[in-house]
Ligand binder design. Structure first.
Ligand SMILES: [Zn+2]
Length: 280
């Protein structure tokens, strides 16, 4: 009963985030190989989700950046980072994963705690398919409108919810965080930096939260990217239009010579694993 009430309350709050999601989805690209291999890394004796460096490679597959701080995220010309906020959600997140797998690229998913509590198996699926999982508060609260203590409690609760979903995998989310509505404050950024949490900022906002056709969304995203030349792109894996546009968007940026950079948490264990996998 309690779980049920929590889920209902959560969905009511998050209903504000969902709009125009009734479009039937096309079948995702068929994969030639299973992608359930999951690699663990360790940080302070605790396992962290990702990185997984197997899988297929295409012209779009880019390098991996090990991130200890925000200053490590330095992209070269024609490099992008794909980020997906607000999920996971049934019927959409898995299709996003299929599109990414088809192109051999990895993304960073900034998950809302309520969603992770409601759909823990999807959290694990994202991790199992080698993507980086960060967090995005428990309730998608605008942290610039609440006090510092309340904001930190929201962040911590979101991290605990995502972490709870990963317990069966003996994994933890990366210490990556994105501010809901991109609404940060200097005090929060300082506090998070002091804790070793890396804020994942946005260079290119796809604005996929506005109602538009997948073609329009694709064209707008490409135009913003071409104008900037590189950057961290914000998508949301809760919208059908984002799912629908993603394969064409990935085709288009591959044709334009871009590569997708994989961000992974920086820790001694992650570095060791990257080195061992690179040499194997
Ligand atoms: Zn969000």
């Amino acid at each position: 009963m309690q779980t049920c009430l929590l889920r209902v309350a959560g969905l009511a709050v998050l209903a504000l985030l969902f709009s125009g999601c009734a479009t039937p989805l096309k079948p995702a690209a068929q994969l030639s190989t299973p992608v359930l291999s999951f690699a663990e890394t360790h940080r302070d004796g605790l396992a962290i989700a990702g990185p997984y460096l197997g899988d297929r490679h295409t012209g779009l597959t880019g390098r991996t950046i090990v991130v200890d701080s925000i200053h490590d995220i330095v992209l070269r010309d024609h490099e992008v980072v794909l980020t997906f906020d607000d999920g996971p959600v049934p019927g959409k997140t898995a299709s996003v994963l299929d599109a990414l797998d088809a192109k051999g690229v990895k993304a960073t998913f900034l998950m809302v705690g309520q969603m992770a509590r409601s759909y823990p198996a999807l959290v694990r699926q994202v991790a199992a398919r080698g993507h980086t999982i960060g967090t995005h508060t428990q309730d998608h609260t605008n942290l610039s409108k609440v006090g510092l203590d309340t904001a930190l409690a929201e962040i911590d609760k979101g991290q605990r919810s995502v972490a709870a979903a990963l317990v069966p995998m003996r994994a933890q989310p990366a210490p990556f965080f994105r501010f809901p509505y991109l609404a940060d404050t200097p005090a929060l950024r300082r506090t998070l930096a002091g804790r070793g949490t890396v804020v994942i900022d946005v260079d290119i906002d796809s604005k996929d939260y506005f109602v538009s056709t997948p073609d329009d969304l694709n064209a707008r995203g490409l135009a913003r990217l071409e104008a900037r030349g590189s950057g961290i792109i914000l998508f949301h894996d809760i919208h059908a239009r984002t799912v629908a546009m993603l394969p064409a968007f990935l085709d288009a940026i591959e044709a334009r010579g871009y590569t997708v950079v994989n961000l992974v948490p920086g820790s001694a264990g992650a570095r060791e694993m990257l080195l061992s996998q690179a040499g194997s």
